[in-house]
Design a binder for this molecule. Structure first.
Ligand code: DP6
Length: 362
C-alpha cells in the first residue's frame, strides 16, 4: 500500500502538531458487515488475547456495515526526544466525521499497537476515519464491523497481507465478535486455547436462506458496555458454568441444523441460547438487565407470530433491541407483522452479508 489519491486530510484538530507533518508510509481502506450471534459468545478465558470461554455461531448481515480508512505516518519528531507534549504526534480517530478522544481513541490506539508491532512500524502514528452505514440512529453500531474493518484497513496500510484466518485472529484482538465479521454468511468462531487456535471460519449454509429482522426500540447509549457486562457475569453469576455447558450443546445442535437445513431447530436453539445468556446477566451481582418494556412486547409478538404458523425466533444482545431470525422469504411479512403488533418499534430487514472488502488504493 502506498500514499493514494483516496487519502484525505484527517488532521488532528486538537492544537497539537498536525499529523500531516509526517510522511505517509501506507494507506488502505476496507469495509466489513456486522454480525448477529445465533449461539452467543459471552465470557472470556483470556482478557488480553480475547479468547472466549465457548465457541459461537453467527450470521453476517447485509446493510449494517463500517467503512474505515487508515493512514500510517512517519513521526520524525517523536524520535528526537521531544520534551514538549504538544509536539508529540498521536493517533487520531474520527467516527462518522466526529473526532474522538478518551476511551474510543485509546482502544483503537491499543489495537493499532498490535498491528504496528506485527509490521515493524513502531515509530509511526495513524489517522483513522470510520463511517457506519446504519439505517437509523446509533443503537446498532457494532464493534464487530468496526474492528473487522479496522483490522483489514490497518493491516493492509501497514503492508501486511494477512490470510483470512490471520485477519480473523487480528480482528479478535480488537473485539471478540469482530473475528466473525471477517467472513460472510454463517460463521463459526472456534474458541480455541491460544491466539493461533482462536479464529472464525465460514460454514456451508447453502441449505438455509436466512435473514434477520432487526426490531429497534432504543437508540440511546448502553447503560453498561458488553465488555464490562461480560466480565461481571463471569465473575458473579451462579448460572455461568451451566451456561458454558449449554453452549457446547447448542453449538452441536446448531451445526447439525445448518448441515440439514433445519430452520426450526436452528431457530429453537437461537432463541433458547439468547435467553440463557440473558439469564446469566440477570443473575450477575449487581444484576444486568438490558431489556425494556418494548423488548418484552417484541419477544411476545415473535412468539405470537410463531403460534400463527410462521417461523420466527428472537435473539438479543447487550442492548434492548430484538433481532428476529427468519427464512428470507418470510422477512418482509414478519417485519410488517411486527410493526402492526408492536406500535412504535422500528424495523429493518437484513439478508445474509459479505466478507471483508478491501479497496484498491493506488
Ligand atoms: C452479546 O465482541 O462486543 O454480542 O470481545 O469484549 O469486545 P468484546 O465483546 P463483544 O461482545 C459481543 C457479545 C454479544 C454476543 C456475540 O456477539 O456473540
Amino acid at each position: 500500500a502506498g500514499s493514494s489519491s483516496h487519502a484525505r486530510n484527517l488532521g488532528a484538530g486538537d492544537g497539537r502538531r498536525s499529523s500531516d507533518d509526517g510522511a505517509c508510509v501506507g494507506f488502505a481502506a476496507a469495509s466489513a458487515d456486522a454480525n448477529i450471534a445465533l449461539v452467543k459468545y459471552w465470557g472470556k478465558a483470556d482478557e488480553r488475547l480475547i479468547l472466549p470461554r465457548s465457541s459461537s455461531l453467527s450470521l453476517t448481515l447485509d446493510g449494517l456495515s463500517t467503512r474505515t480508512e487508515v493512514r500510517f505516518l512517519e513521526t520524525p519528531g517523536n524520535d528526537a526526544q521531544v520534551k514538549d507534549d504538544d509536539l508529540v504526534m498521536r493517533d487520531t480517530l474520527t467516527i462518522d466525521g466526529k473526532p474522538q478522544s478518551g476511551r474510543a481513541l485509546e482502544r483503537v490506539s491499543g489495537f493499532l499497537d498490535i498491528v504496528r508491532s506485527m509490521a515493524g512500524l513502531e515509530g509511526t502514528v495513524a489517522n483513522v476515519a470510520s463511517w457506519n452505514t446504519v439505517p437509523y440512529g446509533a443503537g446498532l453500531a457494532s464493534s464487530a464491523s468496526a474492528f473487522a474493518a479496522l483490522a483489514a484497513a490497518a493491516s493492509r496500510a501497514a503492508g501486511l497481507w494477512l490470510s483470512p484466518r490471520e485477519l480473523s485472529r487480528l480482528a479478535r484482538r480488537g473485539s471478540g465478535s469482530a473475528c466473525r465479521s471477517v467472513f460472510g454468511g454463517l460463521v463459526r468462531w472456534n474458541a480455541g486455547v491460544s491466539d493461533e487456535t482462536s479464529y472464525a471460519e465460514p460454514i456451508d449454509g447453502s441449505k438455509l436462506n436466512l435473514a434477520i429482522v432487526v426490531v429497534s426500540v432504543s437508540e440511546g447509549v448502553k447503560p453498561l458496555s458488553s465488555r464490562e457486562a461480560m466480565e461481571r457475569t463471569v465473575a458473579t453469576s451462579p448460572l455461568y458454568d451451566a451456561w458454558i455447558r449449554s453452549c457446547a450443546k447448542d453449538m452441536e445442535e446448531a451445526m447439525k441444523a445448518v448441515e440439514y437445513g433445519d430452520l426450526e431447530l436452528l431457530g429453537r436453539v437461537t432463541e433458547a441460547n439468547s435467553m440463557g445468556m440473558h439469564s446469566t446477566m440477570m443473575t450477575a451481582r449487581p444484576p444486568i438487565l438490558y431489556w425494556l418494556p418494548q423488548s418484552v412486547a417484541i419477544l411476545r409478538a415473535v412468539q405470537g407470530i410463531r403460534a400463527d404458523g410462521v417461523g420466527a425466533w428472537s435473539t438479543m444482545d447487550a442492548g434492548p433491541n430484538v433481532k428476529v431470525l427468519v427464512d428470507a422469504g418470510d422477512a418482509l411479512s414478519v417485519a410488517d407483522e411486527l410493526k402492526e403488533r408492536v406500535p412504535g418499534c422500528k424495523v429493518s430487514v437484513h439478508m445474509s452479508g459479505h466478507a471483508v472488502r478491501f479497496e484498491e488504493c493506488d
